[in-house]
Design a protein around this ligand. Structure first.
Ligand SMILES: [Zn+2]
Ligand SMILES: [Zn+2]
Length: 265
């Protein structure tokens, strides 16, 4: 299974997951043009996409969705709540009704040779989910836009071969930064975003011997920077109550405006 971040950050998210037979995107939160360029950069084409799996209706996850679905007839998969929100708020322009498919959290389904498992996350959107995907013995997951994690989230992220996990903000930078009070509260709240510390702690719970790649993603432009996210997460892993050290795993930052390396698991 191939796994690649085409773009990740508060300004737009788009992750590619594919096997030899099946290709999907998780979110299309950058322009259709940038998605196409990103796919070409990893030797894939938008025409080959079997589906776009949408986590939730915020613009940094769906900016290019309408254009791509229209232009290439790509099926859109998401929860009923997210699909309704996108349609009611007219966020996609005109997209053929037949392209929408609903998914149910905790019910897995097949897309070619990929098994997709959506699971609930706590975030200030209509019905947000994250996705875990399996092909044969291998599993990967993308989990961003979650205010907190609990045993349910940990359970869904166990036994992975690769993961892209949100490491959104540094709590101190956010607290002393220029964001208005209500926005700070929103980001720090139960339906906000995962901080660097929490990303590190969550990784401590889910790391395992066959984890081949860890990507930290959805970094805030205002309230985080790459070296700080990396240092904080690594400290949490190494000092945490788990059998590992951060150096036991390749950990990298999923860039805001550049595809990551292609991770093959
Ligand atoms: Zn969001
Ligand atoms: Zn987001």
């Amino acid at each position: 299974m191939d796994f690649c971040s085409i773009a990740s950050g508060s300004s737009g998210n788009c992750i590619f997951v594919g096997t030899e037979r099946t290709s999907v995107l998780i979110d299309a939160g950058i322009s259709g043009k940038r998605v196409k360029e990103g796919l070409y950069a990893i030797d894939r084409r938008p025409e080959d996409l079997d589906a776009i799996l949408v986590t939730h209706e915020h613009s940094d996850h769906i900016k290019g969705l309408g254009v791509l679905a229209r232009k290439y007839g790509i099926p859109i998969y998401s929860t009923p709540g997210t699909i309704n929100a996108m349609l009611e708020q007219q966020l996609l322009g005109k997209v053929e009704e037949g392209l929408f498919h609903t998914v149910t959290p905790d019910c897995h389904f097949e897309l070619g040779d990929l098994e997709v498992q959506p699971f609930r996350v706590s975030h200030d959107a209509a019905e947000p989910v994250a996705y875990r995907m399996r092909s044969g013995e291998k599993s990967v997951a993308v989990a961003t836009d979650l205010g907190y994690y609990d045993d349910y989230i940990i359970e869904h992220l166990k036994g992975l071969d690769a993961v892209l996990l949100e490491s959104n903000h540094d709590v101190n930078m956010l607290q002393v930064g220029s964001y208005p009070y209500y926005l700070k509260q929103r980001i720090l709240g139960r339906r906000g975003h995962l901080s660097n510390d929490n990303a590190g702690r969550l990784l401590g719970e889910i790391l395992n011997d066959h984890m081949k790649a860890v990507m930290l993603g959805h970094l805030s432009r205002e309230n985080n920077y790459e070296a700080l996210a990396m240092a904080t997460v690594c400290t949490e892993i190494t000092q945490g109550d788990n059998p590992y050290q951060a150096k036991d795993f390749p950990i990298e930052i999923a860039k805001r405006d550049m595809p990551s390396r292609m991770i093959a698991v």
